[in-house]
Design a protein around this ligand. Structure first.
Ligand SMILES: C[S@@+](CC[C@H](N)C(=O)[O-])C[C@H]1O[C@@H](n2cnc3c(N)ncnc32)[C@H](O)[C@@H]1O
Length: 349
């Protein structure tokens, strides 16, 4: 018998003590195995790679007042944190429909929730846009509650291959569903100077929209291909070199964040689908049904507020949030991604 021990394959180690690249964070990407490491990252106020920390969970659950037997919809499944809480409250007897446009994260979340005991008998997951909320209602019947937690998840932002972040090089994509529509790089190739400037202003209130749009279009006209997140960041940085040195770095970072947000909103038609969702909501809700919407920037919040107010005036909603609910200071301190969140709610007559 050959008693030679198999050669031990060494796992690739970090170059330093702090893993930087997404792939090096393999512990964070396996939360079930590395529980202590995950807890350490969260204690530092960071979200582990491959995870998403649900925002305003207590405030949302308190408002939705879910009871066993109810049927509801999580219109933005994401990591499934809100869904798991809603499921605990509606069982036994209830059912949750949960949808998301993201074909990459959705199967992972389905597996994660199934491992927690939430199988297809109580949780119906579909890959679809929430602008089709009427289809869910025609299948499920009138909904007792609906939650929409708008925008992107931390998993999407942190994965460089998705092209949501300019901190790491990745393709300039920004699509929530990379199998549909066109990436941001294609949008930039075909847009006019005026339209790009308008897009930065309308989608993100960018104060340097004109200068940044000019810098981008000048390069496109010279045949430069802007295909990566870091290339776009570099162009924005160069366009803002006129800013005073003492504030340049911080202001440039904020402009990059806003311009990426504006492009993301455009490639995913985020305002268009939100408008459709808000319009169809009353047709999907049961009498007394409750809806909560968590938004992360003024363009979204304005739409939610206007729709709720106008449907309240028409007598379709019996009650709406007088003011947006904000995360507690404690939540914002421990999860910086919660800082811009605003929660609004409405109750059907
Ligand atoms: C902030 S995350 C949701 C996180 C989730 N509440 C949790 O607790 O893990 C937003 C999610 O909504 C999805 N999404 C954004 N717009 C959508 C739309 N129009 N239809 C369906 N899903 C959408 C994104 O793909 C993302 O996964």
């Amino acid at each position: 018998m050959d008693d030679k021990k198999p050669e031990r394959v060494r796992r690739e180690r970090y170059k330093g003590t702090h893993p930087k690249s997404y792939k090096e964070k393999y512990k964070e990407l396996q939360p079930d195995i590395y529980k202590e490491d995950i807890a350490k990252v969260m204690d530092q106020g960071r979200t582990p790679a491959g995870m998403h920390r649900s925002i305003c969970v207590n405030e949302i659950m308190k408002f939705l007042s879910i009871v066993p037997g109810q049927i509801g919809l999580d219109a933005t499944l994401g990591y499934g944190g809100h869904s798991a809480e809603m499921l605990k409250l509606l069982l036994p007897g209830g059912r949750l429909y949960a949808i998301d446009v993201d074909p990459i994260e959705l199967p992972r979340t389905r597996d994660r929730l199934a491992a927690l005991g939430f199988g297809p008998d109580v949780l119906v997951i579909k890959k679809m846009n929430f602008s089709g909320i009427d289809q869910i209602a025609s299948e499920a019947g009138p909904l007792n509650f609906v939650l929409a937690d708008l925008g992107v998840s931390s998993m999407q932002i942190d994965n460089p291959e998705r092209g949501f972040s300019f901190k790491i090089e990745g393709p300039l994509d920004l699509r929530l569903n990379p199998n549909s529509g066109k990436p941001a790089s294609a949008l930039l190739k075909n847009i006019s100077l005026q339209k790009l400037e308008d897009l930065f202003i309308e989608n993100a209130d960018e104060p340097y929209a004109e200068k940044i749009a000019k810098a981008i279009i000048t390069r496109i006209e010279k045949g430069v291909l802007i295909a990566t997140t870091t290339h776009l960041q570099q162009i924005i940085t160069e366009a803002l070199e006129f800013l005073p040195a003492n504030t340049r770095k911080e202001l440039t970072k904020k402009s990059c964040q806003r311009c990426f947000q504006a492009l993301r909103i455009a490639v995913n038609d985020e305002f268009g689908v939100l408008d459709k969702f808000l319009e169809k909501l009353p047709l999907a809700l049961a009498p007394g049904g409750r809806v909560a919407i968590l938004s992360f920037h003024s363009g979204e919040d304005r739409r939610v507020k206007k729709s709720f107010q106008s449907l309240f005036r028409e007598g379709i909603y019996s009650e709406i949030a007088p003011d947006p609910i904000r995360p507690t200071a404690e939540e914002s301190n421990t999860n910086p991604r919660a800082r811009s969140a605003k929660l609004r709610w409405a109750i059907m007559k």
